[in-house]
Design a protein around this ligand. Structure first.
Ligand SMILES: Nc1ncnc2c1ncn2[C@@H]1O[C@H](COP(=O)(O)OP(=O)(O)OP(=O)(O)O)[C@@H](O)[C@H]1O
Length: 355
């Protein structure tokens, strides 16, 4: 697999702006394992220079679709086009696509520079050296060229793996959960880094993740897969503002879900007419932070538990229907609210969607 990836047609320059042409079209893609259908008629377009995240719960078919795009899994139906040309029958190493997996699969016996230079054998020595230096700078590892890869931290190793995947300037970069083996803090930092690096190269990319925050940070558009089908695709803002089903909203981090009666109690009269709410809806989903503890107005609710998270107090409250909802108590110091206390809470109607 690594060999195939490295054999992808190399070229010498990092692109610093999106290509004028190029783009992937997935048409009615089907991936089957025996009689189990893992990807079920997915249509997806990725324009040149665009980063699209495939987001979905475990087992929703994200990796299967990515592997089919790479050519590592055959399509049982549908088509893949690059720049309008069919590529479904093109072997992996001739697609010109780069791959990056959770475990970057570096060559352990080579140095950092040796790993990066592997796919650059068509360049003369000086060009190769310059390209390796350029890539190390791009991923924030200036001066690490001589390091054995066995002496890198997990985060550094994934940066090297990314640089190696970018080295031959693939026309499409396919990333499968590239940060999921790292701990949370590092993952959050590297997510922002990845966003910067992908933008700086102007590369076209498909990024598989089950983490909505990661998808929203890295991608221009997000395609949500559920049970092998494309449930919804849009920009992060479009998805967040208008999830098309409760299932998608839940997966994006909305919750709790409340009925219209509870919603009316929370919102107060009139609030159901505000932008996002429709009186015909029967279920409403609250975004994280939709409820705020307020000293002087709002509905009175009982405190069930409190937590101090990232410098602010979060309070679990019992809603009128008995459900639990977390509110932010920005004006309260830790220890000033306790289980059993009653507080007032206000709802931000813009942070609620109805179904
Ligand atoms: N080689 C295989 N043989 C049989 N079934 C498979 C194979 N690979 C995946 N599957 C099944 O296909 C479905 C989709 O798997 P896939 O790995 O594509 O999902 P995913 O969304 O990437 O999940 P995860 O986030 O857990 O990696 C799952 O039910 C999985 O068990």
């Amino acid at each position: 697999m690594v060999k195939d990836q490295q054999a992808a047609a190399p070229s010498s320059a990092v692109r610093h702006s999106p290509p004028a042409h190029g783009g992937l079209a997935v048409r009615q893609a089907v991936v089957r394992y025996d009689d189990f259908t893992a990807v079920d008629g997915v249509d997806l377009d990725v324009a040149g220079g665009e980063v699209v995240a495939l987001l979905g719960p475990s087992g929703s078919g994200k990796s299967s679709l990515l592997r089919a795009i790479a050519g590592l899994e055959p399509l049982a139906g549908g088509q893949l086009l690059w720049d309008g040309e069919p590529v479904s029958e093109v072997p992996v190493h001739r697609r010109g696509f780069g791959l990056l997996f959770q475990d970057g699969q570096l060559f352990p016996h080579r140095s950092v520079a040796g790993n990066l230079a592997y796919g650059l054998s068509d360049l003369v020595r000086e060009q190769r050296r310059a390209r390796v230096a350029e890539l190390l700078e791009l991923v924030g590892l200036d001066g690490y060229g001589d390091r054995p890869v066995t002496k890198l931290s997990g985060g550094q190793a994934q940066r090297v793996a990314l640089a190696r995947a970018l080295a031959p300037s693939p026309r499409l970069l396919l990333l499968d959960e590239p940060l999921s083996a790292l701990d949370r803090g590092l993952r959050e930092r590297l997510t922002g880094e990845l966003h910067r690096i992908l933008r700086a190269t102007g590369i076209t990319a498909v990024y598989v993740t089950h983490d909505h925050d990661e998808a929203f940070t890295v991608a221009d558009r997000v395609a949500v897969l559920i049970d092998g089908r494309l449930a919804q695709a849009g920009t992060p803002a479009e998805l967040w503002q208008s999830p098309q089903s409760g299932e998608i909203a839940e997966f994006l981090g909305y919750g709790p879900f409340v009925d219209a009666e509870t919603m009316r109690a929370l919102a107060g009269s009139g609030a159901l007419d505000s932008v996002n709410l429709d009186r015909r809806d029967s279920t409403f989903a609250l975004a994280p932070g939709a409820l705020q503890v307020s000293p002087d107005s709002g509905i009175e609710l009982e405190v069930l538990a409190t937590r101090f998270v990232r410098g602010r107090l979060e309070v679990d409250l019992a809603l009128p229907g008995g459900q639990l909802a977390t509110a932010i108590a920005s004006a309260h110091a830790p220890g000033t609210l306790n289980p059993g206390d009653r507080v007032r809470a206000r709802l931000d109607p813009g942070a609620v969607v109805g179904f």
